[in-house]
Design a protein around this ligand. Sequence first.
Ligand code: BEZ
Ligand code: FE
Length: 292
Amino acid sequence: MDFTVETATDAVVDSFRQTKDRRLREVMESLTRHLHAFVRDIEPTMEEWEAAIGFLTAVGQTCDHTRQEFILLSDVLGVSMLVETMNGTMNGTETGTESTVLGPFHMTESPRRELGDSIDLLGTGRPCVVSGQVLAADGTPLPGAELDVWQCNEDGFYDVQQPDVQPPGNGRGLFRTDVEGRFWFRTVVPSHYPIPTDGPVGRLLDATGRHPYRPAHIHFIASADSHRPVTTHAFVDDSPYIDSDAVFAVKQGLITDFTESYDEQGAERFGVTVPFTHARFDIVLAPEPETT
Ligand code: BEZ
Ligand code: FE
């Protein structure tokens, strides 16, 4: 049969019928049907098709060991959050802190720190204390839970983006909760910041009139025995862009009060001086799914 606009999709779907791996066959058939429907919908000219190939080539060429432009593309198209949300802890009846994107800056190992330590190694910013409890879904505290934390500084840069300004590990820490599942650490309030704009994804945002900003947030990965780990953020409640995150990662339940505190006793307990900012962020871990 000739390859025509009418027969194209069936011909390509049929070409995958011998695929032994059932899941791979299902994925390739669906990809073919959706991709062909997309092409029929937009009816690209040859020049537009070449531009599309050029764009994807540039995305690949921008990737290296510190930069993942394909993930960034997935992020700005909302695909990262769609996959995350479909696989996350709040996708059905389970209860647990909602998950959100990992992002590209979890690239180095966070240094192990003691509860109460500061992750702001420069000590020049306004003090902020983050405290909370890691809990099971029934409210039982989880002692010994592990918390991997990372954030940008008050200027909106991660340590890896400013190797000449920030020491490695600045804004990062690996903590273990105490016997009551509690954690606390000192830091600075992170700033909102633009995702990297100097590559093809930045040019795409520019061409479509979209801003590149993420609202201020602190990243967490929390894990404990017999529970599902969660990758999430505490978003700063009054941050710019809280309603228009460039990567669609804000969930209302993750918006956290970062409150100005004049509590002298609290300040002494946490090793800061008044006024300081205090954010309380509890994390609830869903049980691990039963394996059969
Ligand atoms: C981040 O929060 O670190 C991030 C997430 C997605 C894209 C860029 C940065
Ligand atoms: Fe971030």
